[in-house]
Design a protein around this ligand. Structure first.
Ligand code: 3PG
Length: 392
């Protein structure tokens, strides 16, 4: 932002690394465009500053060195950007050795992950990419946890390397939520596996006043509390770790609410009959697919009193309407709460969209893995390299 304010982008070639890795449906349509919309302010800032703008991203995980398959191409992303910007946006293939572009133009550089050396953060590739630009802008919070040529290596060699407005906004929001939060600080961590979120849970257990768990994670916590969960998704191998998270929280006087009631079905399908039960009445052939209404009301009360809320992961199978009640109640409680709320992760964004609460969440992060790694307290490599450049 400050480069633009100082007029230092005029006639400059600006390489913006965005995270435009958006979901597509079977018909090849973009189903959720938050990340594309979030990249617009950075692109506009560069355009308004008089720059020639190259926007790059990865999409999915294609094989390096192979021709770009339709499903790996940023072609539709470029079209969508053109629509949002109201100007032509060309897609450039084979861009590593040079890009033909003039000030005022925007191009999308095809999926960087087909370049050999992108994922290994190859120096030679990074140097070539740096030669394309006068200014490198990292505006890809969603990929901040990856040390790759377009997120890390290029930042070492570009004449100028800096953070874009989205990256700055993400870091500000996360710092507000985690570094000096208004209390009580409440975290909601849902999703299917404890194992993928264990370090997040362990880190949060030291910080938050209340830790709400959902989905398979809540089922594993129920096992850890000695409760029967029938055939529900859980990870018995993670019971010990779950016990230690619960104990750590309780020894600090912090709260880990365990569901009092649940909604169960007999098989994983949208039309399996849904039954609400007390949490201690789950039968051997039941599968827990959602929290029950009493639990939802208790959690809504907690969220209503919160000073700060951090949300990652749904508390039920909200894709199936019969099991969406818990996640809907959580979404609405966050929306109605006066707390500063921050949410991130693909499933969480889908729930926010489904329940129409996007406008009422204080900050919606574009990060999935990066959001989790930040919550874990890990150093994100693409930020570290920018900090090093700022120090030089
Ligand atoms: C994401 O979707 O979390 C980011 O775009 C990173 O994608 P990756 O896990 O394939 O690096």
């Amino acid at each position: 932002s400050s480069l633009a304010e100082r007029g230092e982008l005029k006639n400059k070639r600006v390489f913006i690394r965005a995270d435009l890795n958006v979901p597509f449906n079977d018909k090849g349509e973009i189903t959720e465009d938050t990340r594309i919309r979030a990249s617009i302010p950075g692109i506009k800032l560069a355009l308004d500053g008089g720059a020639a703008v190259m926007v790059n991203s990865h999409l999915g995980r294609p094989t390096e060195g192979e021709a770009v398959r339709a499903e790996d191409s940023l072609a539709l992303v470029a079209e969508h950007l053109a629509m949002l910007l109201g100007q032509e946006v060309k897609l450039v293939q084979d861009w590593v050795d040079g890009v033909d572009i003039a000030p005022g133009q925007v191009v999308v550089l095809e999926n960087c992950r087909v370049n050999v050396g992108e994922k290994s953060n190859c120096d030679e590739l990074s140097q070539k990419m740096a030669l394309l630009c006068d200014v490198y802008v990292n505006d890809a919070f969603g990929t901040a946890h990856r040390a790759q040529a377009s997120t890390h290596g290029i930042a070492k060699y570009a004449p100028v390397a800096c953070a874009g407005p989205l990256l700055e906004a993400e870091l500000t929001a996360l710092s507000v939520a985690l570094e000096n939060p208004k209390r009580p600080l409440v975290a909601i961590v849902g999703g299917s596996k404890v194992s993928t979120k264990l370090s997040v849970l362990e880190t949060l257990a030291d910080k938050v006043d209340q830790l709400i768990v959902g989905g398979g994670i809540a089922n594993t916590f129920m096992l850890a509390e000695g409760m029967a969960i029938g055939k529900s998704l859980a990870e018995p191998a993670q019971i010990e770790q779950s016990v230690s998270v619960i104990q750590k929280m309780r020894s600090r006087g912090a709260d880990v609410p365990i569901p009092e009631d649940v909604v169960v079905g007999k098989e994983f399908s949208a039309d399996t009959p849904a039954t609400t039960k007390a949490a201690n009445e789950v039968a051997e052939d039941d599968m827990i697919f959602d929290i029950g209404p009493k639990t939802a009301a208790t959690l809504a009360g907690i969220l209503n009193n919160a000073g700060t809320i951090v949300w990652n992961g749904p508390v039920g199978v909200f894709e199936f309407d019969a099991f969406a009640g818990g996640t809907e109640a959580i979404s609405k409680a966050i929306a109605e709460s006066d707390a500063f709320s921050i949410a991130g992760g693909g499933d969480t964004l889908a729930a926010i969209a489904k329940f129409g609460v996007a406008d009422k969440i204080s900050y919606i992060s574009t990060g999935g893995g990066a959001f989790l790694e930040f919550l874990e307290g890990k150093k994100l490599p693409s930020l570290e390299i920018l900090e090093r450049r700022y120090e030089d």
